[in-house]
Design a protein around this ligand. Structure first.
Ligand code: SDX
Length: 428
């Protein structure tokens, strides 16, 4: 295979190095393009631009493949736990039993939130969106906890990662309880990560919460499926903000803000709102399909389509199976699942969706799993953020350890007014 690519312009030939990934992906290295040719590249939304080389997550959008550190998502969803998967993403290898126990103990040791932070929660309006609260509170953690020291102190760095992984879960549950005006439930040492979260969300002095292992497993799978997804919008935000050498909390807070958008993590809430609307309108998806196909209508079929997957999102398949398992266990029927299945059937037969390679993505069924667990609608994207945190941390760590690290500063093509003089206000 050629080691360079030729760029010919105005009779001049420029040779650019070709970079190949471990799974055969190829890229033209344009690091010196402007210096050698005065050209920059133009790629709105960066759909054709690699921002980094990464060893964390591999996605094959054409074949619907997703692997964390080389392990297929299907195997992790079946055999792993969220905490074990978080360790894998951040450290690069599955933990030994001893490493996993130490990690679990550290997660519990760091699960409390500084009592002074309770005052912050009490002063948010009750109806404040929990994603706005989460982004603010993660940023506020820097005021209470030290910044990561120089890259040498591995132990302190791991404590910072573990602190954030543990406290984000506690803060999410706190924001839910505070929004109801209910007593905050503290983490319990005896409970593992997912069960502890459910207990903090749903336990109450007047109605003790009973841990259901099937609901815990569904939550494990939900968070494993969301744990990383290479250079998606919110991860790119974490890397970009992190490239200015801000502290980890500020970079993660930026990732939460990006995830909030309905075209990104906010889609899981938007899917259920759309399914609910179809249900309320009698259950016929046809009008929504028609709107999604109408180029003059900005409406998009929520939970459908993906920037990378041009086939079924492998996570959506696992999420749909989890829907069936959890509803069967609860002996519950959710009409929104029927509507989702009908919508999928409708869309996958329609030439517009086939021609545009539009298939269900991770958000299409995830909301139905969250409804079955009892998570309120306005917390859906918060659930995505908790799941994605190990991915953001691992990507941030990889970026600041990267010997090729640079401050992210894209260029532009200027299309504005040419040079002109200032006009005094009396002459305008
Ligand atoms: C996530 O990047 C990640 O990895 C994200 C994520 C992760 O784990 O981090 O996977 C999580 O964000 C999943 C996506 C959740 N968002 C939604 O479900 C919102 C609905 N989906 C769309 O907005 C859209 O599919 C995107 C934004 C997700 C992806 O869009 P593309 O493929 O990057 O490009 P595009 O928006 O330009 O769409 C290309 C064409 C357009 O039609 P034409 O103008 O070319 O005729 O496809 C059409 C679009 O109109 N299209 C849709 C559509 N999605 C794309 N038409 C109707 N409904 C849709 N959902």
């Amino acid at each position: 295979m050629n080691k360079t690519a030729k760029f010919i312009f105005n009779g001049k030939t420029y040779e650019l190095p070709v970079v190949m990934g471990s799974e055969g992906e190829m890229a033209v290295d344009i690091s010196n393009l402007r210096k050698e040719t005065r050209f920059i590249t133009f790629d709105p939304g960066y759909a054709n631009t690699g921002s980094c080389q990464s060893s964390i997550t591999f996605m094959d959008g054409e074949n619907g493949i997703l692997r964390y550190r080389g392990i297929p998502i299907e195997q992790l969803a079946e055999h792993s736990t969220f905490v074990e998967t978080a360790y894998l993403l951040i450290n690069g290898e599955l933990p030994t039993e001893k490493e996993l126990n130490n990690f679990s103990v550290m997660l519990n040791d760091h699960s409390l939130v500084h009592e002074d932070m309770h005052l912050f929660f009490e002063n948010f309006p009750r109806r404040a969106h929990p994603m706005g609260i989460l982004s603010s509170m993660v940023n506020a953690l820097r005021a209470f906890y030290p910044e990561i020291p120089e890259r040498t102190d591995e132990e302190e760095i791991n404590i910072t990662f573990t602190r954030l992984l543990s406290k984000i879960r506690t803060m999410a549950a706190m924001s839910h309880k505070m929004s109801l005006g209910h007593k905050v439930i503290y983490p319990r040492y005896a409970l593992h990560y997912c069960a502890n979260f459910l207990n903090m969300m749903f336990d109450s002095p007047v109605r003790p919460y009973t841990i259901d292992d099937d609901l815990v497993k569904a939550l494990e799978v939900f968070w494993i499926l969301h744990a990383d997804h290479e250079q998606n919008c919110s991860t790119a935000a974490v890397r970009l903000v992190g490239s200015a050498r801000v502290n980890l909390y500020a970079a993660i807070s930026a990732g939460i803000a990006a995830l909030w958008g309905p075209l990104h993590g906010g889609a899981n809430q938007a899917v259920v709102e759309m399914l609910q609307q179809i249900h309320n309108n009698g259950g016929d998806p046809a009008p929504f399909i028609a709107r999604a196909k109408d180029r003059n209508d900005p409406f998009r079929l929520m939970g459908f389509g993906h920037s990378i997957y041009k086939t079924y999102d492998p996570r959506a398949r696992i999420m749909e199976k989890t829907c069936h398992k959890i509803l069967k266990k609860l002996n519950r029927h959710d009409p929104l699942l029927d509507i989702a299945r009908q919508l999928e059937e409708f869309a996958l037969k329609d030439s517009y969706f086939k021609d545009h390679d539009l298939y269900p993505n991770v958000d299409f069924y995830s909301g139905i799993v969250l409804r079955a667990i009892g998570i309120p609608l306005n917390m859906f994207t918060v659930m995505f953020a908790i799941g994605r945190l190990p991915g953001w941390i691992s990507q941030w760590k990889e970026s600041i350890d990267d010997p090729k690290w640079k401050l992210h500063r894209p260029r532009q093509i200027y299309i504005g007014r040419k040079k002109r003089d200032y006009v005094p206000i009396n002459d305008r």
